[in-house]
Design a protein. Structure first.
Length: 158
């Protein structure tokens, strides 16, 4: 598959990430609960997540100039996900807010002593990125492209 794209000599970003974003609800527990029981959690937090979005935040914290490309729901979780990227200094020019879609979210139970995780997640299918929606100009604005393996057609197009 060939692209008819002229790459700029000077690129404004070090890394562009294309893929998932999510809002993670993390719950630390002393051990995984048995079925039909209750268990007091040790800690709880809500954080931005998703493979590509998290990678862009990590790269930004390491001093790189980053851009995230992906679809976000127009609900409260989507607003939180977008705000967390902006607050971290990640460029969001490649974000599309999908009307009526629920943002991806996850509930992650983490066992305190082992770090083992159980993840319960949901992703609205309207958040899927199609190959035709990949913004080639934004993809080519960085020295490095990271794709997270979701929405394979869009990742291959990028």
């Amino acid at each position: 598959m060939g692209l008819n794209v002229t790459l700029p000599k000077a690129r404004p970003f070090d890394v562009v990430g294309l893929g998932l974003n999510a809002v993670d609800h993390l719950c630390v527990v002393p051990h995984f609960p048995e079925a039909d029981t209750k268990l007091k959690m040790l800690d709880f937090s809500i954080q931005g997540g998703g493979q590509a979005a998290t990678a862009m935040v990590a790269c930004k914290r390491l001093g790189l100039k980053t851009r995230y490309i992906g679809n976000i729901g127009d609900d409260a979780m989507g607003q939180l996900s977008l705000r967390s990227l902006i607050d971290e200094g990640v460029d969001t020019a490649g974000v599309t807010v999908v009307a009526g879609a629920r943002n991806q979210l996850a509930f992650i139970m983490i066992e305190q002593h082992t770090g083992n995780r159980t993840i319960i997640w949901d992703r609205d299918q309207r958040l899927r990125m199609t190959p035709s929606a990949v913004p080639q100009k934004l993809i080519c604005s960085a020295k490095v492209l990271l794709v997270d393996g979701h929405d394979a057609g869009a990742a291959l197009q990028a």
